[in-house]
Design a protein around this ligand. Structure first.
Ligand code: NAI
Length: 461
């Protein structure tokens, strides 16, 4: 039996990146994965397949709404759902196979099966016990269900089932106006479903900058999604393939019902650590089920944890960065993650992206700040592309002009945000961005204009 320097448990973005980085740094590495393909939730049933469906349904939306205006005539394409699912499947395969290739290239062994940790320095898969100097747990997260709601992945689905529906529903209820609910709700709305989102709070996407929340919700309403806010879902019953969702309005406690062909439960995820044997090992946990870590080290020597299984935002790229950091630490380097500069992106259309503090957080902290805002209405490229909905908002320190946060709703927001991330990483002032030449005509000019708006003012508004 091989002895390893490192065994990584889980091959999602946290685990596979950690394994590859560790191998690049000279370690003998294995990664345990029980799924039939590598890549974890993100590549198999999360980020990647949902992006394929978002892309395809956005193309349909463009054909239906904007082609004629550009002089592209003819009937809008009809949806071949089976083919769309095939396209989605091929996208997944190309990505998961890609990780397999990278493992081979970097000499990372894939141990197939589900792992448990009988003791520090040992990983058990099936009947075999593999010896290793270190273990990194990157076991990810699973769907958090609601009391009274049973997910059957047919009529009542999680994000996993929502990527595999037998047919496009006529009526869909989405429970939870978070990232998953709004991304997948957008997909089915564009494909013709009537989509009703039921949200417990009075705002969508909790924690996001309030101005963005309002514009985002207004935009989604214009696209046809309907919202029932301040509503606590009590339960879902299914009869003859049709679901009835019961909810209570928080303002008056009144009870209501709505029927749907499909119900998507998108009320959050929780860390997945089942079957690892952590309790027996005495690994300390946080109150909400995450593995407790200090610089990625658990309280048991030689066992580390990263990604959704520990605290922090449940984001693939946060897990990736932690994977690289822990590999570097194990190699004696100074791996580190800057948690103040982790972007968040919602891949709807328009996209929504953020980094750093929200205006509400700055107010609460009593911090003196200034706001530079620029609407995509003033951006030539956005106007040409029917993408002028939204804005860039940069928050900077009132005295030093240092960028504290940025919030974008608009075209390619998920790509535009990185210019600001880099600036923040370098401790830049808004003026640094404003003085940087930006190519014309690009969406990026809106970022520069927002930076200018933190100073003497933008040119195009
Ligand atoms: P979420 O935490 O983003 O949103 C859940 C929503 O459900 C919240 O708005 C919450 O108030 C609401 N809710 C909770 N209980 C409810 C009830 N009983 N009735 C009505 N509403 C209720 O969770 P989501 O969307 O499931 O995503 C899970 C995780 O996956 C998140 O951490 C998210 O960041 C991550 N993710 C990230 C993506 C991205 O970066 N683009 C894409 C998909 C998921």
């Amino acid at each position: 039996m091989a002895s390893y320097d490192l065994i990584v448990i889980g091959s999602g973005p946290g685990g596979y990146v950690c394994a590859i980085r560790a191998a690049q740094l000279g370690m003998k590495v294995a990664c345990v994965e029980g799924r039939e393909t590598l890549g974890g939730t993100c590549l198999n049933v999360g980020c990647i397949p949902s992006k394929a469906l978002l892309h395809a349904s956005h193309q349909l939306h463009e054909a239906e709404h904007n082609f004629a205006k550009m002089g592209l005539k003819g009937k809008a394409p009809s949806v071949d759902w089976k083919q769309m699912l095939t396209y989605k499947g091929e996208t997944i395969e190309a990505n998961t196979k890609g990780i397999e290739f990278l493992f081979k290239k970097n000499k990372v062994d894939w141990i197939k099966g589900w792992a448990s940790i009988p003791a520090a320095g040992q990983v058990k898969v099936g009947d075999e016990v593999h010896e290793t100097k270190n273990i990194v747990i990157a076991s990810g997260s699973e769907v958090a269900t609601l009391p009274g709601v049973e997910i059957d992945e047919k009529t009542v689905v999680s994000s996993t089932g929502a990527l595999e529906l037998a047919k496009i529903p006529k009526e869909m209820v989405v429970i939870g106006a978070g990232v998953i609910g709004l991304e997948l709700g957008s997909v089915y709305s564009r494909l013709g479903a009537s989509v009703q989102v039921i949200e417990f709070l009075d705002v969508i996407t909790p924690g996001m900058d309030a101005e963005v929340q309002k514009t985002f919700q207004r935009t989604l309403k214009k696209q046809g999604l309907t919202f029932t806010m301040g509503a606590a879902v009590q339960g879902v019953t299914v009869k003859g393939g049709k679901a009835t969702v019961t909810y209570k309005l928080r303002k008056d406690d009144s009870e209501h019902e709505v029927k749907a062909d499909t119900v998507l439960v998108a009320t959050g995820r929780r860390p997945y650590t089942d079957g690892l044997g952590l309790a027996e090992l005495g690994v300390e946990m946080e109150e909400r089920g995450q593995i407790k870590t200090n610089g990625y080290a658990t309280n048991v020597a030689g066992i580390y944890a990263i990604g959704d299984a520990i605290t922090g935002p449940m984001l693939a790229h946060k897990a990736e960065d932690e994977g690289m950091a822990v590999a570097e630490i194990l190699a004696g380097q100074k791996g580190h993650v800057n948690y103040d500069v982790i972007p968040g992106v919602i891949y709807t259309h328009p996209e929504v992206a953020n980094v750093g503090a929200t205006e509400e957080q700055l107010k609460e902290a009593g911090r003196a700040y200034k706001v530079g805002k620029f609407s995509f209405m003033g951006n030539g490229r956005a106007k040409a592309n029917f993408a002028a909905d939204g804005f860039v908002k940069i928050l900077a320190d009132k005295t030093t002009d240092r960028i504290l946060g940025a919030h974008i709703i608009g075209p390619m927001a998920g790509d535009l945000i990185h210019e600001i991330c880099v600036a923040m990483e370098f401790g830049a002032a808004a003026e640094d961005l404003a003085r940087t030449c930006h190519a014309h005509p690009t969406y990026s000019e809106a970022v520069r204009e927002a930076a200018l708006a933190c100073g003497d003012g933008p040119i195009h508004s």
